[in-house]
Ligand binder design. Structure first.
Ligand code: HEM
Length: 341
């Protein structure tokens, strides 16, 4: 069967099934804010040279925080998971970006309740729902044909903005002035009277079609590459939505501040030393990693659909994922104060 063929719907509904191990992504997500807190306790708010022990402890805690979304990804790959458990796992992949989203919404509504408390309550509610929902067991090839093609075509156009935007952030490695100079050039187009509404509309369309595709693909078990594609797409949809909320609503409208380098790095304290802003580090790192590796996943599918050998396409995908991780690390290094040249 070719990759775009649409078999008939073979849906059937099964009743609630209790699988407590499937709650692991939710349990990990609940721990996530406390890992960030622990990181902050070790690193503190002062930009002084920390002891080697503190550096090792902080790096370990941050590494465990990064494990949370990838552990959820592993659970999304489980072939025996039912759809609700799989979707819970996909939500777990989005943990870093959802926690930022929550923090910004909490600030917008002046919530007096700590983020961590709201976070835990939300995850408990989602986890409970996932255990009691009736599950639809669906075809492994859902009806996504046209949406998939439109989604791919919009992605190809949006690539231009993403490539510029990420290249712009790489200039942070040279310094804030270089970053600002490049942003000034780009803004002529993407913040113009015509460019900005078009960009926002295209992003919203991409989020909508992306979530629709993720919902349909998550109804049945998929192979590793497809699961990665769905997981990275789900992360991205929520990342872009939250990111635009932060830029347009929170920063520009609510706070009335410039959305420049200082905004991005949480100046003056910075990403590493601020108790709130540390959550931006995994959020941005995975935003960059997943946008690039998601595009690589799309390219892999297009190549296979056009007759390229599956092994060669997988190898190309693997190289793309490594490059995505390297670019993400370079951008985050620049945002944390590392400079070249
Ligand atoms: C390290 C990662 C990232 C950082 C630090 C970052 C930061 C920023 C900043 C500072 C702005 C405001 C730009 C301006 O005022 O001209 C912005 C805008 C935006 N970003 Fe990002 N971004 C990141 C990654 C991404 C990714 C991966 C995407 C999309 C997949 C994205 C999509 C957007 C969009 C759509 C806007 C609105 C553009 C506009 O102002 O009209 N960003 N970002």
């Amino acid at each position: 069967m070719n990759a775009f063929a649409q078999p008939r719907d073979r849906s059937a509904v099964i009743g609630p099934r209790f699988d407590y191990s499937a709650l692991t992504p939710a349990a990990a997500a609940i721990c996530y804010p406390f890992l960030l807190r622990a990181f902050h306790v070790v690193v503190g708010t002062r930009v002084a040279t920390p002891s080697p022990l503190a550096i090792v402890a902080a790096a370990l805690i941050l590494a465990v925080a990064f494990v949370v979304p990838f552990l959820a990804l592993a659970f999304a790959c489980r072939p025996d998971a039912d759809p609700a458990a799989r979707r819970l796992a996909y939500a777990g992949v989005a943990t870093p970006t959802l926690f930022v989203f929550l923090g910004v919404v909490q600030a917008l509504i002046h919530s007096p309740i700590p983020d961590e408390l709201v976070w835990c309550m939300l995850w408990l509610a989602i986890a409970t729902r996932s255990q009691t929902a009736g599950n639809t067991v669906a075809s492994t090839q859902p009806a996504v044909g046209r949406w998939r093609i439109v989604h791919g075509m919009t992605a190809a156009v949006l690539c231009l903005y993403v490539a510029f935007h990420l290249a712009n952030h790489l200039f942070g490695l040279i310094g804030p002035d270089a970053h600002a100079a490049v942003m000034k050039i780009g803004r002529v187009v993407y913040r113009s009277f015509v460019g900005e509404p078009l960009l926002v509309a295209a992003m919203l369309f991409q989020i909508g079609t992306g979530l629709l595709l993720a919902w349909r693909w998550s109804a049945a078990p998929q192979g590793f590459h497809r699961t990665f594609q769905v997981a990275s797409g789900a992360y991205l949809s929520l990342f872009i939505l939250g990111h635009m909320n932060s830029v347009f609503i929170y920063a520009r409208s609510f706070l009335g501040i410039l959305t420049d380098w200082n905004f991005a790095i949480g100046a003056p304290t910075g990403l590493l030393h601020d108790a709130w802003s540390i959550r931006l580090l995994p959020h941005y790192a995975l935003g960059v990693f997943f946008v690039l590796s998601h595009l690589t996943s799309g390219l892999r599918m297009v190549l296979i659909a056009h007759g390229v050998n599956r092994r060669a396409a997988n190898r190309l995908w693997g190289a793309g994922v490594v490059i995505s991780a390297a670019i993400s690390a370079a951008i985050i290094a620049g945002m944390c104060g590392i400079r070249i040249g």
